[in-house]
Design a protein around this ligand. Structure first.
Ligand code: HEM
Length: 222
C-alpha cells in the first residue's frame, strides 16, 4: 500500500514536472521578444500577452499550470519527508552519494529556491496584471495592456536583474536532473535512449537557464 502511494506520488511529480518543462519552453519563447529593439518588442510583446490572456483555451491551460505547480510542490514535499523518515541514519561511507549527481541530492533545496523565485515573480507580474494588485498597468498605442513597460521598469532595478539572473542557475540544475528523472520514473529505461536523454536534458537546461538569465540583463541595457 505504502509502495503504491509512493509510486503514485513520484509519477505525479514526473508528469506535472514534464508539463512545467513544456510551459518553460513556451514562456521563454515569448519572453525572447524582449531581446528585440524596444520599438518592435513593445508592440509584439503586448499583443502576444493580450492574445494569451483573452484566449479561452490558453486560460484553461493556465489553470492546469497553476494546479501543476501546486501538485508538483505538494507531492515533492511528501516524498522528501518520507525519504527523510526512511533514511534517518547518516552512513560513514555513503556510496549513494558517489553514484549520484550534486543536483540529484539537492533537488529539494533547488526546488525551494525556485518556489521563492516563482512567488516573487508572480507578485511582480501576475498579481499586478491579472489581479490588479499594485500600480496600475498602462495601455500602449494599440490599446493593449503595456506589459512591456511593466517588464522594462522592473529590469531597470539592478537588484531584480541580479535576482532573476542568479535564480536561473538553480532552475537549470533542477531541470537538468528533473527531466532525466521524470522519464525514468515513468518507466523509460532504454539504454542508448537514456544517454540521449542525458544529453537532451543538459541542452534543455542550458538553453532555459541561459535564456531566462540573459533576458533581464539585455532589458537592463536597452
Ligand atoms: C526573464 C524572465 C521572465 C520574464 C520577463 C517573465 C515574464 C512574465 C510575465 C510578463 C508574466 C505575466 C503574463 C501575463 O499575464 O500576461 C509571467 C507569468 C508567469 N511566469 Fe514568467 N517570466 C520570466 C521567467 C519565468 C520563470 C523562470 C518562470 C518559472 C520558473 C516563470 C513562471 C511564470 C508563471 C508560472 C507565470 C504565470 C502564468 C500566467 O500568466 O498565467 N517565469 N511571466
Amino acid at each position: 500500500m505504502k509502495t503504491n502511494r509512493l509510486f503514485f506520488r513520484k509519477n505525479m511529480i514526473a508528469l506535472t514536472g514534464l508539463f512545467l518543462c513544456l510551459f518553460l519552453i513556451v514562456h521563454l519563447s515569448a519572453n525572447c521578444l524582449l531581446l528585440l529593439p524596444q520599438d518592435s518588442a513593445r508592440g509584439l510583446y503586448n499583443a502576444y500577452s493580450t492574445f494569451l490572456r483573452e484566449n479561452p483555451l490558453i486560460m484553461a491551460v493556465a489553470y492546469v499550470l497553476y494546479l501543476s505547480i501546486l501538485m508538483h510542490v505538494l507531492y515533492a514535499i511528501l516524498v522528501l519527508v518520507r525519504n527523510r523518515r526512511a533514511k534517518p541514519v547518516k552512513y560513514a561511507v555513503n556510496q549513494y552519494r558517489e553514484n549520484s549527481s550534486w543536483a540529484s541530492q539537492n533537488m529539494g533545496a533547488l526546488g525551494v529556491l525556485i518556489l521563492i523565485f516563482i512567488v516573487v515573480h508572480l507578485v511582480n507580474f501576475w498579481a499586478r496584471i491579472k489581479l490588479g494588485i499594485g500600480a496600475e498597468v498602462g495601455i500602449d498605442a494599440a490599446g493593449n495592456k503595456d506589459i512591456y513597460e511593466v517588464t522594462y521598469t522592473l529590469f531597470q532595478n539592478s537588484y531584480y536583474v541580479v535576482f532573476y539572473t542568479l535564480m536561473a542557475l538553480p532552475l537549470g540544475y533542477h531541470l537538468h536532473h528533473g527531466l532525466q528523472s521524470a522519464f525514468k520514473t515513468l518507466g523509460f529505461y532504454h539504454r542508448p535512449g537514456l544517454e540521449w536523454l542525458a544529453r537532451l536534458s543538459l541542452i534543455y537546461a542550458i538553453v532555459i537557464s541561459a535564456g531566462f538569465g540573459i533576458i533581464p540583463i539585455v532589458v537592463y541595457f536597452q
